[in-house]
Structure formats: C-alpha cells, structure tokens
Design a protein around this ligand. Structure first.
Ligand code: ARG
Length: 462
C-alpha cells in the first residue's frame, strides 16, 4: 500500500511481527459497514460517481459474504483487516476500489471500527448480564422462603433469606449493566473524517456518515479522535468489575458446594470429575470463572499501561488494544452465560442449611433490639446480651434455652413477650425496613426484578 516511497520490500519477520489480521479479522463487519457509509458520503460530495459508489458497495458486500462463509483468504502481508478488505476490493472492482480510501486513514478507520464493534458488544454483554440476573431471580424464587445464616467475617451473623442473598448479586449486576450503559454514550461518537491526524482538505460531510451509521454525535478534535482509547478502557474497567462480581458469586458457590458446607449440590452435567480420585465432583465452572477474572483485570491494566506514555497522536502501540479488548469481551460474555446456566443447575440441601441456621446466637441482635424497644439504651442492651452469650458458651447452652427467670437475672427489662422474638421466622418477618430481608420485602423485590427483567421499561425502583 505504501510502495511509492519504499525501494525495499518489508522483511518477512517484520510482517510477522506487525500483523494484526490474525485477530482483528473480527472487525470485518464493522470495517465494511464503515466503508459503505464512507463511500456513500464520498458520492454525496461528488468525489465518487454513483457508479463507483455502487461498485464499491457491491464489492464490499461480496467480500463480507466470503468472510462470513469462511471462503475469504486473509493475507498476513496485508497486515490488518482494513488493508485486507481494501486490497480484495481493488482486485475485484479495479480503479474505483482505489478511491475508497480518499480522506481516510487507517487511524480514523480503526477508531471507527472498534467503536462500532464495542457498541455491538456492549449490547451483547448487557443481554448476558440480563440472562444471569434472570437465572438468579429464578433460583431465588425456587427457594423464596428458605432462611439461611448471613455471614460477616465468615462467622454466622444474622438470619437472612437465601433469596435476599441471591438478589444481592442481581443488584451488583444491575450496576454493571448501568456502567456499560454509561460507557456506551462515550463509545457512541463518530470519529471518521479525522483522517490520519488533521482531518482533510476535502470537504467531507461527517454528519452524514454519523447519520448513516446511527451515531448521535461526532468527534470534534481530529487529534484526540485518532489517539483516544478511553472508550475501550472504560468498557474494560466495567468488565473488570463484572469479573469481581462473578468471582464473588463463584466463591459462594464453591464454598457452599464443599463437603464442610454442603449447602448446595450442582448437577453432574455442570461439574467435572477427577482423573485420579473416583469420588470427586468439582465445581470447575465456578473456579474457572473466578480464575478468568484475572484476565479481565490484566487486560485492563495492560491497555492502561500501553496508553500512559503515548505522545500525541496515533502510535502503533495502540494496535495492542485489540487482543486485550477482544479477550475481555469474550471472557466476560462466556462467563456470564455459563454462570447463568449453572445457577439453574443447582439445588439447595435444605436440611443442611437448617442445621446451620438453627443457631440461636443468630438471634442475639434481635434480642438486643427487643431490649431497646423496652427502653434500654442499645449499648447496655449489647452488653447484657453479650454477657448472656458468654454464659451460654460456658454452660454449653443455646440462648433460646434460657428461662425467662434466668434472662431477668441479666436484665429486668425481659418480659414474657421475649418468646415472640426467639424464632428465626419472627426475626425474618420483622426485618421490614427498606432493603432488609423480610418475607414481604423480598417477595416485593422478586416481583420488581421479574417485571424489570422481562421488560426493562418497567423500572426496578420508582
Ligand atoms: N492495525 C492498526 C491498528 O490496529 C491500524 C492502524 C494502523 N495505522 C498506521 N498508521 N499504521 O492500530
């Protein structure tokens, strides 16, 4: 493409080192989409005749078909997807193909292609997030009334509902969805026409290209437009957080599937065995998803590092954005989708959960709250119950084993109605403040999520 200035051909090892076609072929649809819009605009401003425009569009569509059906032969010596397509077009249609690159550089072309690709993939990933959210809500619904111990510091803390625990992940994923939506706005800006660095002397109609490609806005600084990769970093950062959330969910799944917990059983079809130990049934999907989070972080840090020292404007370093970005997209998408499937292949071992939740110390805070309602200052109540717990530990008793008489030795504020507090069901029922896991609250939340996840127009919150 640049033989005019060169008298020696590119060395083979240089071709091998600089090529990106082995991975940026993924941009082909978007490259062709962008070229069709560019050609349409060039005809509009009379740089191309209508015949040339039509020849170009027809040629590009044929190439697209060939790539789609796997017939197209990519040439590494043509470096990247942009030159592979342009060269195939010229081979096919002759001189008109040579006019397509008018007022365009690969610098603004690649920026356009990656923005189109990112726009498309954001929507795919958002749908994968929805899939997992739906699966979690369905899982929560299957066990809507199951009470389980809630943990802090991995120590039993207070009773909660299993459904509430699952909905916590639905909330996290909702923020991920929102972050991608926010990033989408900044991805959705049209850079073509910035050309190599300083726009063009040809009077381009950039607004027309934007309209054809359904961009609501265009870039306003040609130098920034060809050197900006913020939009990729933002999305990768949102995906790194998706990874954090998936990894935490996986950690719960792995822990609950352990012999020590046995809270859940994952179906055979969603676990794997050991080549050596016949008894093993391992939660590999959850482990791999937790492990792949490392890639999502690594890819983000990789591109941040690539960009940090770059002078204006385009530098070839920026070609390194793609492998990392493609990998983050694929990793996040496949992890979300497999997790959605796996969650629907888990059953709770309710008797085991019952044993764990049948720990009266989970009600200690409820008892302190009881004293508060009787007028005892919370700090005093905390101390009273603390002493009772200490007493029970020494006597190998449960808090619920204490008689009213015994309780009154610790505080005279205890009355007959304390019995109404001393049950898990009562504890759950009375957790009615907004965001707390009473049966009524959780049922309402499930309802809201169901509606929102069926029709996103229905807001989760009023
Ligand atoms: N393959 C290149 C990339 O991904 C396209 C832009 C190349 N531009 C250039 N001036 N060499 O960054």
């Amino acid at each position: 493409m640049w033989h005019g200035r060169f008298s020696e051909p590119t060395a083979d090892e240089v071709k091998a080192f600089t090529e990106s076609i082995s991975y940026d072929w993924r941009l082909y649809r978007f490259d062709i989409m962008g070229s069709i819009a560019h050609a349409t605009m060039l005809a509009e401003i009379k740089i191309l005749t209508l015949e040339e425009r039509d020849q170009i569009i027809k040629g590009l569509r044929e190439i697209e078909q060939e790539i789609q059906s796997g017939k197209f032969v990519f040439k590494p010596e043509l470096e990247d997807i942009h030159m592979n397509i342009e060269s195939a077009l010229t081979e096919r249609i002759g001189p008109a193909g040579g006019k397509l690159h008018t007022a365009r550089s690969r610098n603004d072309q690649v920026a356009l292609d990656t923005r189109l690709y990112t726009r498309h993939e954001i929507r795919q990933i958002q749908e994968a997030i929805r899939e997992l959210q739906r699966s979690l809500v369905a899982f929560a619904r299957r066990y809507e009334k199951v009470i389980m111990p809630g943990y802090t510091h991995m120590q039993r803390a207070q009773p909660t509902l299993f459904a509430h625990h699952m909905l916590a992940y639905v909330e996290m994923l909702q923020r991920d969805h929102g972050r991608l939506e926010d990033a989408f706005k900044r991805v959705n800006v049209m850079p073509l026409g910035s050309s190599a660095i300083a726009g063009s002397t040809i009077p381009l109609n950039r607004e027309l290209v934007a309209t054809l490609l359904d961009f609501p806005a265009i870039t306003h600084n040609s130098m920034d437009a060809v050197s900006d990769r913020d939009y990729l970093i933002e999305v990768m950062s949102a995906l790194a957080l998706v990874g954090v959330h998936l990894s935490r969910l996986c950690e719960d799944v792995i822990l609950w599937a352990s012999s020590e917990f046995k809270f859940i059983v994952i179906s055979d079809s969603y676990t794997t065995g050991s080549s050596l130990m016949p008894q093993k049934k391992n939660p590999d999907i959850a482990e791999l998803t937790r492990g792949k989070t490392g890639r999502l972080f690594g890819n983000l840090v990789s591109l941040l590092t690539t960009m940090k020292g770059l002078p204006m404007t385009y530098n070839r370093d920026m070609q390194e954005d793609k492998e990392a970005f493609f990998d983050s997209v694929e990793t996040a998408k496949s992890s979300l989708l497999i997790m959605a499937k796996m969650m629907s292949h888990i059953v709770l071992t309710e008797p085991r959960i019952k044993i764990s939740v049948n720990d009266a110390s989970l009600l200690a805070t409820d008892m302190a709250d009881y004293l508060v309602k009787k007028g005892v200052p919370f700090r005093t109540a905390h101390e009273v119950i603390g002493k009772m717990v200490g007493h029970c530990v020494q006597e190998h008793k449960a808090l619920t084993d204490l008689t009213l008489e015994k309780m009154r030795e610790f505080s005279t504020a205890f009355e007959k109605d304390i019995t109404s507090v001393l049950s898990l069901e009562a504890s759950i029922t009375s957790r009615t403040s907004t965001g707390a896991p009473s049966y009524v609250n959780v049922a309402r939340e499930l309802e809201r999520w169901d509606k929102h996840l069926t029709d996103p127009k229905y807001p989760v919150r009023k």
